[in-house]
Design a binder for this molecule. Structure first.
Ligand code: GLN
Length: 494
């Protein structure tokens, strides 16, 4: 493995900006790594060799001409989840319905990455339309976990997380509707952050559940995710839910946190997210993390959020309801696949045949659940109730944040499971999202970072840190302090 692929994004940026190495060399090293190993992991759905090298050459020319770098990450390559539109690469959301589809416009996140001089090496695999927790719902085959290729990397952003853990990219972008950035981060021993809802533009992010979806940064270190957070966040008039607020000082918080002092910080342990039904090795790793946070000077307080018990039920009504509406646009008339258009079928039949052939089983399941929950006779009983629970969860968070600055929990109740193990048992799959869903329902930010390996199977465990809306910098302060104290966790290479 080339040394360049083992460095953090911050280290690569400083070498590129200092003239020690070119962005072209760094980008080429990652493209070579992808060519050598991605046959094993299937983290990428599309690799953009020429486009990435062209972007790197632009950065190198600007630096050679003595210009200041376009951003703190200029020249450092990145892997983009295949749910953000790109004009120079296909965008499929891992669905057959969008196979080969080229978007006429770039997502705002894509535009910001390009403006920051970040070469995009390719588009990463995911569960179809971001529905799933294992990346097995991709129409293009599952992604494999670099820690153990017989296991899933989490989902829906398993491709982005596996790309990082197998050193195919130093940076990646994910999206988090119910945990799809944080849970794959936990299961691959990488770092993933879901920013406050509305602070990273959803323009050009193919909608899953619009009131929950949020793009966010993924990396191998807390500082790298902070640097990327700074690039992608900010108000966007093209997204009506975008918040016109200043980007929180995430990089400064990560740098300050690295001194490891947490005195004066109050950390709440959520009683409802610490259960005997979790894997023992996960609980042991979490308890050790809490002890370490205490050693760093934090005050640890147990808090209770009783409505979290209903987060799963609320999420799995709100989310499919929004899905059923959002995915109506894939009607064979506007984008992608078109089946049965041979003159012998009506427009309605072409729509049905296309949706039957183009969507996978999990997407169909959610469209059916959501359509049912929104139907006239059941709206109040299901969707209406789910919205009430959503408000109760937000109220629980508000009460907790009157006592503490951040909350912590395990990110996932389990370590990575075997490919195929839960794919025919949707409820077992949904249960893996228990700890991440409340922050999405409340619109709050959350981070997952490695908390070591589980003593029972030697596989990665994630620590989740949660903060109030628009206080994302707290995640980075606490996360960086914890990361510095726990020390590097060497990811195995192949
Ligand atoms: N696993 C969750 C689901 O399937 C979350 C997905 C996501 O965050 N995109 O809905």
């Amino acid at each position: 493995m080339s040394d360049l692929t083992q460095l953090s994004a911050a280290e690569l940026a400083s070498k590129i900006h200092g003239g020690e190495v070119t962005s072209t060399e760094v980008t080429q090293a990652h493209l070579d790594r992808i060519a050598a190993v991605d046959g094993t992991y299937n983290a990428f759905l599309h690799v953009a060799n020429d486009e990435a090298l062209a972007a790197a050459a632009v950065v190198d020319a600007a630096l050679a001409a003595g210009e200041t770098p376009a951003s703190r990450l200029a020249g450092v390559p990145l892997a983009l989840k295949d749910v953000f539109t790109t004009t120079d690469m296909p965008t499929t959301a891992a669905s057959k319905v969008l196979e080969g589809w080229m978007s006429p416009y770039d997502a705002t996140v894509t535009t910001r990455l390009r403006a920051a001089g970040i070469p995009i090496v390719g588009k990463t695999n995911m569960d179809e339309f971001a529905m799933g927790s294992s990346t097995e719902n991709s129409a293009y085959g599952p992604t494999r976990n670099p820690w153990d290729v017989t296991r899933i990397p989490g989902g829906s952003g398993g491709g982005s997380a596996a790309a990082l853990a197998s050193y195919q990219a130093p940076l990646a972008i994910g999206t988090d509707t119910g945990g799809s950035i944080r849970q794959p981060a936990a299961l691959t021993a990488t770092v993933g952050v879901k920013p406050t809802y509305g602070t990273v533009s959803r323009y050009g992010l193919i909608a899953c559940a619009s009131s929950l979806d949020q793009g966010g940064p993924c990396g191998r270190t807390v500082l790298d995710t902070a640097l990327l957070h700074e690039v992608i966040a900010g108000h966007d008039p093209r997204d009506s839910t975008s918040r016109d607020v200043a980007v929180p000082p995430v990089v400064e918080a990560a740098l300050a946190g690295a001194n490891g002092d947490l005195s004066g910080v109050k950390i709440g342990v959520v009683r409802e997210l610490h259960s005997d039904s979790y894997q023992p090795g996960v609980l042991a790793s979490f308890d050790a993390a809490v002890s370490l946070l205490k050693e760093l000077g934090a005050e640890i307080v147990e808090v209770s959020c009783p409505s979290f018990e209903y987060a799963l039920s609320s999420y799995y009504l709100v989310m499919p309801s929004e899905v059923s509406s959002n995915l109506a646009r894939f009607d064979a008339m506007r984008y992608g696949l078109r089946v049965g258009d041979d003159g012998s079928h009506s427009a309605d039949q072409v729509m049905s045949l296309t949706r039957e052939a183009g969507f996978g089983p999990e997407v169909k399941r959610r469209i059916i659940i959501g359509t049912y929950a929104l139907s006239a006779g059941y709206y109040d009983a299901y969707y209406g109730q789910a919205l009430k629970v959503r408000s109760m969860i937000a109220a629980d968070f508000d009460a907790a944040y009157e006592k503490v600055n951040v909350l912590v929990s395990p990110t996932s109740p389990f370590t990575p499971w075997k490919l195929g193990e839960k794919v025919d048992d949707p409820l077992a799959m949904y249960l893996s999202d228990l700890c991440t869903l409340p922050t999405n329902l409340a619109g709050h930010p959350g981070m997952s970072l490695p908390s070591g390996l589980s003593a029972d199977d030697g596989l990665p465990v994630g620590l989740q840190i949660m903060a109030p809306a628009l206080a994302d910098e707290r995640l980075y302060r606490v996360g960086a302090a914890y990361e510095a104290a726990r020390g590097e966790l060497a990811i195995p290479s192949i």
